[in-house]
Ligand binder design. Structure first.
Ligand SMILES: [Mg+2]
Length: 408
């Protein structure tokens, strides 16, 4: 069996999905996702110019050897662009393998460990009252776990994950359009004075059962993160996400020494070498890597297995930039992983997205049900893809009030 050709498509409804389609001499094809949010043309170019020509003629069933060929063969290893490109190839090869087997992908990992996987929704509000309305909506929709993000009183601009307009609270997605980034202003002191009380009010209003998650989005210094984690511990959050940027991994030890609040990290990591010490030293509780830019299924499964040895559970990244292909790959991993925790999920089931990526995967009452179709269980409609073109975008940047650059 041989790989005969592969094509890359860039575009989609609201997001520039980078979709790889690998063809074989037996008519079976595989699909993968290399969408590196706001930098989408780079993994697309890496695939087209360097990787696709190198894998033509290879046996697509040898996914482990092809992964090692890509990773070890690059010399300049890792980084999000390369790992997204390898990940798309790897995911497409697993799709082919499971289609050949006539099985849904999760069967190749060892079968289901659960019938459905808990997801968390994104509640957001320009202020606390607005956020409460948003949480109430998702509770009514059946979600058992909800991430809560709130505008901070006195902050000169909107904060991470919230609109500056009241009522803009359902499936809010930050606007990344335009290649020149817009600027958000951040003030740690205002955040630390407001957010613990806000989380306490949410716990009071919605009771002990609701899983409450909060994303700090890399904004705090280690000591501040320790202070925050200690302050919110009585509210029993399901997790605090990215309390520090985590390049300084010892910073997590300081948080641990002061609080038992669960910590979730890893959505910007792209290899096991960025999280193995955090996992082995048991400094985090959830690992947040995504199949899209952490080297695909082969590499993420390796991270999941390491995490399982150290009581670290999965909480895969599920931002809207992950196409239904990598979300499907994660749905299969979630169905299997003995150390599954939770899956991030935004309701994106627009008719346009469903037409581009037809599938049977679905979320009902806050639980993700995996498709039983052979392979990933997602197809790709090329005639739909022809409707979309690449549109440049950029993440916002963050500055302190005096102009100092900060972490987005
Ligand atoms: Mg996050």
């Amino acid at each position: 069996m041989r790989i005969t050709d592969a094509q890359v498509f860039v575009g989609g409804p609201k997001k520039n999905y980078v979709t790889l389609k690998i063809m074989t001499d037996q008519g079976v094809y595989g699909l993968g996702d290399a969408t590196l949010n706001t930098r989408e043309t780079l993994p697309a170019m890496y695939l087209r110019d360097y990787l696709i020509p190198a894998i033509i003629g290879m046996d697509p069933r040898r996914s482990e050897d092809i992964w090692q060929f890509l990773y070890r063969g690059a010399y300049y290893r890792r980084g999000p662009i390369a790992m997204a490109a390898y990940g798309a190839i790897d995911t497409a090869l697993w799709d082919i393998k499971a289609k050949l087997a006539g099985m849904p992908l999760y069967q190749l990992f060892g079968g289901k460990s659960r019938e459905a996987a808990m997801v968390y929704a994104h509640a957001t509000g320009a202020d606390l009252e607005d956020l409460m309305d948003s949480i109430a909506y998702y509770v009514q929709e059946g979600y058992r776990a909800i991430r809560v993000q709130c505008g901070i009183p006195g902050m000169p601009t909107t904060s991470y994950g919230v609109s500056d307009k009241r009522g803009d609270t359902r499936n809010f997605i930050t606007d990344y359009t335009g290649v020149r980034p817009r600027t958000e202003i951040w003030d740690t002191d205002k955040y630390l004075r407001f957010m613990p009380d806000a989380l306490a009010a949410i716990r009071d209003r919605f009771g002990p059962e609701l899983h409450i998650l909060h994303d700090v989005h890399h904004r705090l210094l280690p000591r501040e993160a320790a202070e925050f984690a200690k302050a919110v511990e009585p509210m029993r959050p399901y997790w605090l996400e990215d309390p520090t940027p985590a390049e300084d991994q010892d910073a997590l030890r300081l948080i641990r020494q002061h609080s038992t609040a669960p910590i979730a990290i890893g959505e910007v990591f792209n290899s096991i070498w960025e999280c193995n010490k955090l996992i082995e030293n048991e400094l985090i509780d959830f690992i947040r890597v995504g199949v899209t830019y952490a080297g695909g299924i082969t590499h993420v499964k390796r991270i999941v297995d390491l995490a399982g040895l150290h009581h670290v559970r999965t909480g895969f990244h599920g931002a809207p930039s992950h196409s239904p292909l990598s979300m499907a790959a994660q749905a299969h991993l979630n169905a299997w992983a003995p150390n599954f925790g939770i899956q991030e999920y935004l309701v994106l089931g627009t008719p346009e997205c469903d037409a581009l990526f037809p599938s049977e995967h679905h979320v009902t009452d806050g639980m993700m049900y995996v498709s039983d179709e052979p392979g990933l269980g997602v197809d790709f409609d090329e005639s739909e893809a022809a409707r979309y073109e690449y549109e440049p975008g950029s993440h916002p940047v963050v500055r302190l009030e005096d102009g100092t650059m900060w972490n987005y």
